[in-house]
Design a protein around this ligand. Structure first.
Ligand code: NAP
Length: 255
């Protein structure tokens, strides 16, 4: 396994954002990479997002860490997804079993691919707290290097069992939905509060809130807006929030 820590860094999600407008997607990826974002998260579940991403990374593949997923009910279907990913990306830095689908069947052949060097890290993901006990069982096997979970001031269920478990086992944590799918951005605190947090925007405050938990490595906000991509990438730099600043964010998020 490579060194456990991936972060703290801001990555870029691609769900719902990479299919419809190729020019805009190019600008978003360009803005994110230029602003220091290094990790891009995708999946076969996100329509044509992987293919679009591969085209956008063509002349700067070495600048990106590709995190994508296997989302397949059988080993055969999973291997076919992986063949396509190798053709697009050459190598997959973080291969995650999406929503734990058929994970016990996939993990053997994925470990073999990791041993061959075509995958750097193996992970699992789930979006629902109803599946967190199963995520915990998968992590306990110690066969995974990363786990992707939802975390924001309104969704904190992973703090109870999975973040402590990941920290204990040395598993890197990737945070999906760090902005609550945009819902948390409907109301921003006033400028003075943002100044107290040493950030310029409320989105940056929410991203820093998650990254300031030492058990968290990566946040992967998604955006269709290059300006937002730039603004989000900046949140991947210190200083990190102390406990008081995190509580301030939680109060303004209405929790
Ligand atoms: N949601 C899930 O269940 C799920 C499951 C598995 C994996 N993931 C992964 O996690 C990634 C992120 O989660 P998500 O896309 O569900 O939600 P999210 O990143 O929490 O929120 C995305 C929303 O925030 C807005 N936004 C982003 N940056 C902003 C900024 N600086 N200022 C204002 N608005 C901003 C975007 O709108 P604009 O386009 O206007 O910026 C978009 O509507 C996904 O793309 C995917 O890679 C998600």
């Amino acid at each position: 396994m490579e060194e456990r820590r991936l972060g703290p860094v801001v990555g870029l999600g691609t769900w719902h954002t990479f299919d419809r407008n190729a020019r805009l997607a190019r600008e978003v990826v360009g803005a994110a990479l230029d602003a220091g974002c290094r990790l891009v998260d995708s999946s076969p579940m996100y329509g044509g997002a992987e293919a679009s991403l591969a085209a956008l990374l063509a002349n700067r593949r070495d600048r990106a860490v590709v995190a994508t997923k296997i989302w397949a009910p059988t080993v055969e279907a999973g291997r076919e997804q992986f063949r396509r990913q190798l053709a697009w990306f050459g190598r997959v830095e973080i291969e995650q079993i999406h929503n734990l689908q058929a994970w016990a069947a996939h993990v053997d052949w994925l470990e073999h691919e990791r041993d061959r060097g075509r995958i750097a890290r193996l992970g699992v993901t789930h979006y629902s707290p109803a599946a967190f006990a199963d995520v915990g069982h998968a992590l306990q096997t110690r066969r995974f290097d990363t786990v992707q979970l939802p975390l924001n001031p309104h969704e904190r269920e992973c703090e109870r069992e999975l973040l402590p478990l990941a920290a204990r086992l040395g598993i890197a944590v990737i945070v999906m939905r760090p902005l609550g799918e945009g819902v948390l951005l409907r109301r921003s605190p006033p400028r003075e509060v943002l100044a107290d947090l040493s950030v310029e925007t409320w989105a940056q405050a929410l991203l820093k809130w998650a990254l300031s938990d030492e058990r968290v490595d990566v946040v992967i906000p998604a955006t269709r807006n290059p300006e937002h991509a730039r603004e989000n990438a900046v949140a991947g730099s210190p200083p990190w929030f102390d406990d008081e600043q995190r509580r301030l964010v939680e109060r303004w998020a209405g929790t």
